[in-house]
Design a protein around this ligand. Structure first.
Ligand code: ADP
Ligand code: MG
Length: 346
């Protein structure tokens, strides 16, 4: 902890942190996004049973599924809850150290965007780890709000806007008007569940065992929410479940569409339930404005069409959806008045 305090003591720039379940982004005021790495920590258990950090971020993500028994790759925020407070803190510390680059800076103000589903205890823990680290003040902003600001929506106007952020661990849906979240919902169905559904499907249909990372790559390479006019194909390697031998199988975009149809349906249902709860005047605005998609899940082929067909409203992916929340958190940092309206102190 003392180390963290010192670290912040050397900084003067205010920071915005998007503490995502899959990716953490850090934006330095006046500089833009300086860190964009997976929220993964690799730890090694030493002989006396203590955990030592081996790697954080991209390097640690590359270790997932490839670690020997003594090494663990941890995603401390995986399901939108803090599974491991210590690791979360170590991860924040690591990313801040990376920015510092040895320069002398004064204690910063920090805005941190957290998944909407975090409990009060978890929010407090995030806040305290930043305060302990020497931040002058810490504001938390909720993900749907940051996503909406980052997507360029006019959140302060008396006009309803609906944003759906599909991340790694959670999908967060929010209706925003007059600078506040009117209705919101967080479900633990997002990119990770799609990956898991692909693993299951390929096991059942092709008797092939693949890992989560391979599944994620399939999702990105050939995944689709809707039928494509020209199906995509790729060859995937894995272990044959029956024979036990290593083999390769051709997988099509139709396979992936079928595989992910159930979790996508759950996302559509959550969106419908938010729309059902939206007061009529705001619902009218949303009919006019359409629905904006952010988060990595906004990049799934045809997800806009898929959701649009499900709710019969226009659905528009944000530009650079993976950066929307970080940009929105950075915008909150720029504008103190907005900050006070959209953040809360526990
Ligand atoms: P979080 O905010 O929870 O950290 P992100 O918004 O960073 O999540 O999104 C991460 C998720 O987006 C991962 O599940 C990742 O697989 C998925 N993703 C990233 N790029 C794509 C893509 N091109 N197509 C489909 N999914 C993607
Ligand atoms: Mg996010």
């Amino acid at each position: 902890m003392g180390f963290l305090k010192n670290l912040f003591g050397f900084m003067s720039k205010d920071l915005a942190i998007d503490l995502g379940t899959a990716n953490t982004l850090v934006l330095v005021k006046g500089k833009g996004i300086v860190i964009n790495e997976p929220s993964v920590v690799a730890v090694k258990v030493n002989k006396s049973g203590q955990e030592e950090i081996l790697a954080v971020g991209q390097e640690a993500k590359e270790m997932i599924g490839k670690t020997p028994g003594t090494i663990k790759a941890i995603r401390p925020m995986k399901d939108g809850v803090i599974a491991d407070f210590n690791t979360t803190e170590m991860m924040i510390e690591y990313f801040i150290k990376k920015i510092n680059g040895g320069k002398k800076l004064a204690s910063p103000r920090i805005v941190i965007c957290v998944p909407y589903g975090l409990t009060q205890v978890e929010r407090k823990a995030v806040k305290e780890s930043a305060l302990n680290a020497g931040a002058r003040s810490v504001y938390l902003i909720e993900e749907p709000m940051a996503a909406a600001i980052g997507a360029g929506l006019p959140v302060r106007e008396p006009n309803g806007n609906l944003v759906v952020d599909i991340g790694g661990g959670t999908t967060e849906i929010g209706v925003i008007s007059l600078g506040g979240l009117v209705i919101s919902k967080s479900i633990r169905v997002a990119g990770d569940k799609l990956d898991a559904a692909i693993v299951d499907y390929i096991k059942k249909k092709h008797n092939l065992l693949i890992g989560d990372r391979v599944a994620e790559n399939l999702k990105i390479e050939i995944g689709t929410a809707i039928k494509l006019d020209e199906p995509l194909k790729t060859v995937v390697k894995g272990r044959d479940q029956v024979e036990g031998i290593l083999t390769s199988v051709e997988i099509t975009s139709e396979d992936i569409r079928e595989a992910i149809s159930d979790p996508l349906y759950q996302i559509a249902e959550a969106l419908k339930s938010v729309l059902e709860q939206t007061p009529p005047d705001l619902a009218g605005d949303i009919v006019e404005n359409g629905i904006v998609l952010t988060g990595g899940g906004a990049l799934i082929r045809g997800i806009d069409k898929y959701l649009s067909e499900a709710v019969k409203l226009a659905v528009i992916p944000a530009e650079e959806p993976l950066l929307a929340v970080a940009k929105g958190t950075g915008a909150a940092l720029e504008q103190i008045d907005l900050l006070h309206q959209t953040t809360f102190e526990d």
